[in-house]
Design a binder for this molecule. Structure first.
Ligand code: XIL
Length: 576
C-alpha cells in the first residue's frame, strides 16, 4: 500500500495540474525552485511559482523582467454623494489562484523604495464589490514599511479585522517575507522577526487569490518573487482564471431556448468580475444561461475613471473578454449617470463639466469600440420624485444636468456616436413600465431628443419590481414599447428583478415581462439585474456575512426558483 498521506502533496499538485490543463503546467520531476518558462508556465511539484501566471491585468501593476511593479492607485469606493471612501485595493482577478490543502507557505520578495509601504493581500474569498461598498470577506494583508512588518486578518464576520499584529523591523530595500498557515496558526516572518495569530479559517475554502496595494504618490514597489510551497502533508497548485465556459449550451437553458425562438432574443444578466472568476457555479450559470452580459458596476464612472487622468479598465476588460470567450453580446452600463461618480468628478467646476463628460464618453466608448455592442449612454435621466412642477418628474438634478441642463443628454449621445457609429445607444430609466407621470415624462423627453436629432437608438425599461404588490402589466409595457417604435426607437428590458416574497408571483412577473418583450418586434433583449441572490444588488450590505435579497431567478444556493421554469416556458411558447 502506498502511504496515502505522504503521496498526497504530489497527487494534489498533479491532479490540479491536469485539471488546469496547459494553463498551469507542472513538472513531475519535482521539487526544484521553479522559474517562469518562456511559455509562462510554472514547472513545480510541491512548490509553485506564482509570478509565472498572468499579472498583466492587475490594476496599477506593470510586468517587467524584475517582477511586477506596483503603482499606488489609491482606489476608493465613495458613497453616491461623493462622501465616505472605502479602500478598494486591486485584486489580481485574472491572475493565478493558489489551490491549497492543509499547511502551506507563501514566500515573497519585495523591493520597496524608501517611503513606500508594500502590501500583499492573500484572499481566502474574493471580495464582493458593489458601487457604494466593497464587502471584504476572509483574507489577510502582509505589509512591509520602513520600520514595521504587519499581518492583518479578516475573518468575514465583520468589516473590521479580527487581528492586526505588528513587529518593529528595519527593512532593507529588498526584503523576503514568508507567510505560513501552520499548525492552526497564521505566521508571518521576515528574517528573525515573526508575528503570528490563530487562524480563524481564512483559507478553508481551499484557495488563495492575490492582491496588492501601494501608497499613492510614493515610489512604486516591486513584487520580485512569489512562490508557494506545500508543508507537512499539505498541497499547493496553481489554477489560472477560466474565461471560457462550456462550448455548447444545454438546449433547455434560457439562452438555448431563446436562440430557438423566431426572434433569437438575447437573454442577458448584469454580471460582476469578482464572482465570475471565483465562483464556479456562478460562472457556469452565466455562460450556460445567458447570451448577453451587462457590466453591472465595472464601467460605472467611479470604477473606470478613478482620477481625472486615470482610467482603469481591468475589471471592464475582464467582463468584455469573458463575454467574447462565451459568445455573449455586451451591453455597457453606464456612461453618464447621476450616481456612482468618483469624488473628483463631482467636484469639477461647472464650466469644465462638459469637457470632462464628453471626454469620459469618448474615452470609454473608444476603448471598447467593436467589443461593446450597445451602451446605456444616459442612465436614469428623470427625477426620482414623480411630482415635478407640472405633475411629472422633471430631470434628475446632478452634476451634469446642473452644468448643461437637458442638453447634457444630447451631448453625451452625440459624443458616443462620434466615436462608435455601430454601437446602439440607449437611454435607460426605471418606473416607466406603467402608465402615469414617469412614462409621460420619459416619452416627452425622447420626443424632444428625436426632434433635436439626438442619435438615440432605444430606451431601456429597467423593470425593477421591489415592493410587495407592485407589478408590471405586460399589456401596458407592450403599448409603451409600441409607442417608442412609432418614434423609430427600439426598447429593451434592461434590469428586471422582482421582489420575491411569493415565488409564484415572482415567476409570473418575470414571465409576463419576457412575454411582452417577445411579442414586440422592436424589443431587442431581455436582461435581469443579476443572476443569483448570492450576489444580488439588493443585499443588506452592512451585515457579515452578507444578508441577501430575494429578487433574482436563482437563489443564494444557486438553485433555480419557479421564475426560471416560467421564463423557460415563455421562451418555449415562442419557439418557431
Ligand atoms: C446597483 C448595483 O447593482 C449595486 O451593486 C449598487 O450597489 C447600486 O446600484 N439601476 C441601475 C443600476 O441602473 O446601476 C443599479 O445598480 C440598480 C438600479
Amino acid at each position: 500500500m502506498p502511504n496515502v498521506s505522504r503521496a498526497w502533496p504530489t497527487l494534489f499538485v498533479s491532479v490540479l495540474c491536469l485539471l488546469a490543463g496547459g494553463a498551469a503546467a507542472c513538472d513531475p520531476s519535482g521539487g526544484r525552485d521553479a522559474r517562469p518558462s518562456a511559455s509562462g508556465a510554472a514547472p513545480a511539484s510541491g512548490r509553485v511559482d506564482l509570478l509565472a501566471g498572468d499579472w498583466r491585468h492587475l490594476p496599477g501593476g506593470t510586468v517587467g523582467s524584475g517582477g511586477v511593479r506596483i503603482h499606488g492607485l489609491g482606489r476608493q469606493i465613495v458613497l453616491q454623494d461623493g462622501t465616505g471612501g472605502q479602500p478598494h485595493p486591486p485584486v489580481n482577478l485574472r491572475g493565478p489562484r493558489l489551490e491549497v490543502r492543509g499547511d502551506f507557505q507563501v514566500s515573497a520578495t519585495l523591493r520597496r523604495p524608501a517611503g513606500q509601504t508594500a502590501s500583499l493581500y492573500l484572499y481566502g474569498e474574493v471580495p464582493i464589490v458593489y458601487d457604494e461598498w466593497r464587502q471584504n470577506r476572509r483574507g489577510l494583508r502582509v505589509a512591509v514599511s520602513e520600520r514595521e512588518l504587519s499581518l492583518t486578518v479578516w475573518d468575514g464576520r465583520s468589516a473590521a479585522p479580527v487581528a492586526d499584529r505588528t513587529a518593529s523591523v528595519t527593512s532593507p530595500a529588498t526584503v523576503s517575507v514568508t507567510f505560513e498557515r501552520h499548525g492552526g496558526d497564521l505566521v508571518l516572518s521576515a528574517g528573525d522577526t515573526r508575528v503570528s495569530v490563530p487562524d480563524p479559517g481564512v483559507f478553508d475554502a481551499g484557495s488563495v487569490t492575490f492582491g496588492v496595494d501601494a501608497v499613492p504618490g510614493a515610489p512604486d514597489w516591486t513584487l520580485a518573487a512569489l512562490e508557494a510551497t506545500a508543508r507537512d502533508g499539505g498541497g499547493v497548485a496553481v489554477r489560472d482564471t477560466r474565461m471560457a465556459g462550456q462550448p455548447t449550451q444545454p438546449s433547455d437553458s434560457l439562452r438555448g431556448l431563446a436562440e430557438a425562438t423566431g426572434r433569437r432574443l438575447p437573454i442577458g444578466a448584469a454580471m460582476a468580475a469578482e464572482p465570475l472568476v471565483s465562483d464556479d457555479g456562478y460562472r457556469t450559470l452565466a455562460t450556460t444561461q445567458f447570451s448577453m452580459l451587462t457590466t453591472e458596476n465595472a464601467l460605472k464612472p467611479q470604477f473606470v475613471h478613478p482620477g481625472p487622468d486615470t482610467y482603469d479598465f481591468a475589471e471592464g476588460d475582464l467582463l468584455v473578454d469573458f463575454a467574447a470567450a462565451n459568445r455573449m453580446t455586451v451591453h455597457g452600463h453606464t456612461l453618464i449617470f447621476g450616481e456612482a461618480n468618483p469624488r473628483w468628478m463631482q467636484q469639477v467646476a461647472l464650466a469644465d463639466r462638459e469637457r470632462v463628460m464628453t471626454g469620459h464618453v469618448r474615452t470609454v466608448v473608444g476603448h471598447y469600440r467593436g467589443r461593446v455592442a450597445e451602451w446605456d449612454v444616459v442612465n436614469e435621466p428623470l427625477s426620482p420624485d414623480d411630482d415635478g412642477p407640472d405633475g411629472r418628474p422633471g430631470l434628475r438634478e446632478h452634476l451634469w444636468q446642473e452644468a448643461m441642463g437637458e442638453s447634457y443628454i444630447d451631448k453625451a449621445f452625440t459624443a458616443a456616436r462620434a466615436v462608435d457609429s455601430e454601437a446602439k445607444l440607449y437611454l435607460n430609466e426605471f418606473g416607466a413600465e406603467a402608465d402615469g407621470p414617469r412614462w409621460d415624462a420619459l416619452y416627452a423627453l425622447v420626443v424632444r431628443l428625436k426632434g433635436r436629432g439626438v442619435p438615440i437608438d432605444g430606451v431601456g425599461f429597467q423593470s425593477h419590481i421591489h415592493e410587495a404588490g407592485d407589478h408590471i402589466d405586460p399589456a401596458v409595457l407592450r403599448s409603451h414599447i409600441a409607442a417608442l417604435a412609432e418614434l423609430g426607437l427600439s426598447a429593451r428590458i434592461s434590469e428586471i428583478d422582482v421582489y420575491g416574497e411569493s415565488p409564484r408571483v415572482q415567476a409570473t412577473q418575470f414571465a409576463g415581462v419576457l412575454g411582452a418583450c417577445l411579442s414586440e418586434p422592436t424589443c431587442t433583449s431581455f436582461s435581469t439585474w443579476g443572476i443569483t441572490d448570492r450576489y444580488g444588488s439588493t443585499a443588506e450590505h452592512d451585515s457579515y456575512p452578507l444578508e441577501p435579497g430575494d429578487e433574482l431567478p436563482w437563489d443564494q444556493r444557486l438553485r433555480p426558483k419557479p421564475a426560471v421554469a416560467a421564463l423557460r416556458d415563455t421562451l418555449r411558447a415562442a419557439r418557431r
